[in-house]
Design a protein around this ligand. Structure first.
Ligand code: HEM
Length: 258
């Protein structure tokens, strides 16, 4: 077997793949949240940001393919490791450890599967636009937005004022005005945050950082990050439900509340 084959074939190799792909996926979800929080600024921000990403063209596809590959490898390594653990269970583990390990891995599996289901809905909702809510369909002219100011990245204008872009700002707000949709997002990001919390702990273990000295500190840091991540995500549908975030024009708001 060659080097790559034996790396993928070994348990430690698969744990490293889990950890590395986990880091890539965490990087994406945190970056995605930071981008989404621009919804609290002038609509030029989130609309300019989405337009900028779309303008990346082939580069965006490279990132998307990298992300899909990371997700598939993550799921593959998780499945193989779970099956291996199942086979090995009852060996060196004591009763208490077995219960704890089983509960944690079961929770990881279920939160993982539910987050995956959420992702399918999410892509259909916001990326493909095939499950847009009635309010958004009724406000079709709002699908477009004319940039009022330049959108800049690192000091460079990447989207010029006057450009006709997709109205992501209204799409997200009108989407979350549907209570069931907003609650589904909140539950899904809650489960994702739990998945991340256990993922961080496993990551530290795989990297050999989970010794007696660091364990407590790392767990607290991971917990803080996951709570902040959850609150950041909760803020968007939460603010829409509380009426604090509205589509940008009075005409739109009136239509949306019909
Ligand atoms: C309140 C929470 C969230 C909001 C408001 C939100 C918003 C959006 C929007 C507006 C898009 C479409 C962007 C565009 O095509 O211009 C999008 C795409 C996407 N979102 Fe989210 N999102 C949220 C949470 C999440 C979470 C938790 C995940 C991961 C589990 C996620 C993963 C993705 C992915 C993979 C895409 C596709 C990116 C692409 O087209 O390349 N999102 N999201």
């Amino acid at each position: 077997m060659n080097l790559v084959g034996s790396f993928f074939g070994s348990s430690i190799g698969r744990k490293i793949i889990m950890a590395l792909t986990g880091v890539i996926l965490i990087g994406f979800v945190v970056g995605h949240l930071v981008g989404n929080l621009q919804i609290f600024q002038h609509p030029d921000h989130i609309n300019g940001y989405a337009q900028f990403l779309h303008q990346l063209g082939p580069l965006l596809w490279v990132a998307r393919i990298g992300l899909i590959a990371a997700a598939l490898l993550h799921i593959w390594a998780a499945t193989v490791l779970t099956l291996e653990n199942k086979r090995a269970r009852g060996g060196d583990y004591g009763f208490k450890h077995t219960i704890q390990a089983t509960f944690a891995s079961r929770a990881m599996r279920w939160t993982g599967v539910i987050v995956l289901a959420f992702l399918v809905y999410h892509l259909a909702h916001f990326t493909l636009g095939v499950v847009q809510t009635e309010t958004f369909k009724e406000t079709a002219p709002l699908n477009h937005y004319v940039m009022q100011n330049d959108y800049r990245v690192a000091g460079f204008t990447v989207v010029k004022a006057g450009t006709d872009v997709a109205n992501v700002h209204s799409m997200v707000i009108l989407g979350f005005q549907h209570k069931v949709v907003a609650l589904f997002y909140i539950v899904a990001v809650g489960l994702l945050s739990l998945h991340l919390l256990h993922g961080f702990n496993s990551l530290f273990q795989s990297l050999g950082l989970r010794n007696a000295k660091w364990s407590w500190l790392l767990h607290k840091a991971a917990l803080a990050l996951c709570v902040v991540y959850f609150l950041g995500n909760l803020a968007i549908p939460g603010a829409v439900l509380a009426g604090k975030l509205r589509p940008q024009t009075a005409k739109v708001a009136a239509t949306a509340q019909r």
